[in-house]
Design a protein around this ligand. Sequence first.
Ligand code: ZN
Length: 266
Amino acid sequence: MAKEDYEVIIGLEVHCELSTKTKIFCSCSTEFGGEPNSHCCPVCMALPGSLPVLNEKVVEYAVKAGLATNCEITKVSKNDRKNYFYPDLPKAYQISQFDLPLCHDGKVNIELENGESKEIRIERIHIEEDSGKLNHDEFGRGSFVDLNRAGVPLIEVVSRPDMRSAEEAENYMRKLKSIFEYIEISDCKMQEGSLRADVNVSVRKKGAEKLGTRTEMKNMSSFRSIVRAIKYESERQIEVIENGGTISQETLRWDDVSRKNFSNER
Ligand SMILES: [Zn+2]
């Protein structure tokens, strides 16, 4: 079968840093940059005994994002702990939302090349805290933790797998960017990581009902690399299937220099 006999299925999880003055659970500044570890306190450093207090503005901005993307706004919401260990997350859990996100069941329209418009459904928008950053020393002396970003508020916008090409995914992300800039909830600076996406890609034979196994590429922060990565990954998957292989569900690391995906497990 040829490439044209396959359909590419794409879903995006877009992370957007909110431009509140202070962090989500403490009064530290959210300003980008600064001396490492100069915008932090016992709460965002997760010292024992410190207690988070939710920033009202974060809820306001997230609800604004929900209304601007035609979501239902939930009346009852809560935060949950997502446990994982990583050196830039001193609590060993991220405060996020699991079963009761602030906003759900939204949609935005994107314009296609042929002039038609297409609806992309949004499953949910939830609030969560950003992690810190690891700076890897170029002389190999180790990695340094900077917690200035720890606790910066984020919304995560989870789409349904409604996109069918790299161009549609780019259009959708550009649409979210313009909406969030217009309602002034984020500066959406991709080069500073304010807007980034986890991209899920799978392929299936045209006409098939069942979705194929998907792979995920995390933290993509430029339109160009998102488009390149989707094209590369969908072609790779088609080739694997055409050669009789199967796709394993995994997280891949896109390398924009070699323009290839690498598996973290292999
Ligand atoms: Zn703090």
